[in-house]
Design a binder for this molecule. Structure first.
Ligand SMILES: NC(=O)c1ccc[n+]([C@@H]2O[C@H](COP(=O)([O-])OP(=O)(O)OC[C@H]3O[C@@H](n4cnc5c(N)ncnc54)[C@H](O)[C@@H]3O)[C@@H](O)[C@H]2O)c1
Length: 251
């Protein structure tokens, strides 16, 4: 289980979630994490499913197992990610295709049927690398730009008019978790020293994201994108860049 994912689970349970279905391809720490959760929040609050999100069939099965277990689903958080920059298909399938596939299932199949709160939501995980241009992780950055564009489109007011389900994204800045230790090829890592130094200086603990998730679930408008960087969580303002893009189509 990843650093931010664990904080998301803990924050949701602290905030009163009745139960959580945790999905990850790595199951080495799942038992100890479930034991930790049981000690803090009581029995049966969380289940763990070993799921490879790069395989859309496994995502379908995980949704089925989740609703079969809880018979309720109100919030979907798409959070898995890889950097590595070695296998383009893997980076794209984990970071982007799984998010699209899962959001689509959430919006058009499972949340309409299983949500009982009247305020169902989907939260996707972008990155500061999806807002700025990051030369040292070009493929990763491209998938995160796409996650943000997808979230703004599928969470648009027009879509919400039909789905009545909010879709938002949270973009972490540099956060101290194992993903920051993933090896990237030398052709890119030679840029890291220059590129990420300023961001690493603004590094934050993953608990910032746990708080961000609750804030965005409570306050976020559909289609909004939130930056959690250097311990500060705020909605990202696209107004100026949207206007300047629109101007370039004005001929
Ligand atoms: N840590 C940062 O600085 C940072 C910055 C911006 C965005 N993010 C994003 O935050 C999210 C969480 O990352 P993190 O920092 O907690 O990193 P992490 O490496 O601790 O967690 C990522 C998790 O994704 C899981 N995962 C990877 N491939 C998978 C697959 N095929 N199927 C299922 N699970 C898979 C990993 O096993 C791991 O538990 C990612 O989307 C990442 O891109 C992180």
């Amino acid at each position: 289980m990843g650093g931010i994912g664990k904080c998301y689970v803990q924050s949701l349970l602290k905030d009163g979630a009745k139960g959580i279905s945790i999905w990850d391809v790595v199951d080495t720490q799942s038992e100890s994490f479930l034991t930790e959760l049981e000690a803090e929040f009581g029995k049966g609050k969380a289940i763990f499913l070993k799921v490879d999100l790069s395989d859309t069939k496994q995502i379908d099965e995980a949704y089925e197992k989740t609703v079969a277990h809880f018979d309720q689903l109100d919030i979907v958080v798409n959070n898995a990610g890889v950097i590595e920059e070695v296998d383009a298909l893997k980076v794209a399938s984990v970071n982007l295709v799984s998010v699209i596939h899962s959001t689509d299932l959430a919006l058009f199949k499972y949340l309409p049927k299983y949500s009982k709160t009247g305020d169902a939501s989907v939260i996707n995980t972008g990155s500061i690398a999806g807002l700025a241009i990051t030369d040292y992780v070009p493929a990763y950055g491209a998938t995160k730009h796409a996650v943000i564009a997808y979230t703004r489109a599928i969470g648009s007011k027009g879509q919400f008019g039909f789905t009545k389900i909010r879709v938002m994204a949270i973009c972490p800045g540099y956060t101290f978790t194992p993903i920051t230790e993933q090896k990237i090829p030398e052709k890119f890592s030679r840029l890291v020293a220059l590129g990420s130094k300023a961001e690493a200086d603004k590094g934050q603990g993953p608990e910032v994201l746990g708080d961000a998730l609750i804030k965005v679930l409570k306050e976020g408008k559909t289609g909004s994108i939130w930056l959690a960087r250097g311990g500060v969580v705020k909605e990202f303002d696209f107004t100026a860049s949207d206007e300047s893009v629109a101007k370039q189509f004005d001929y």
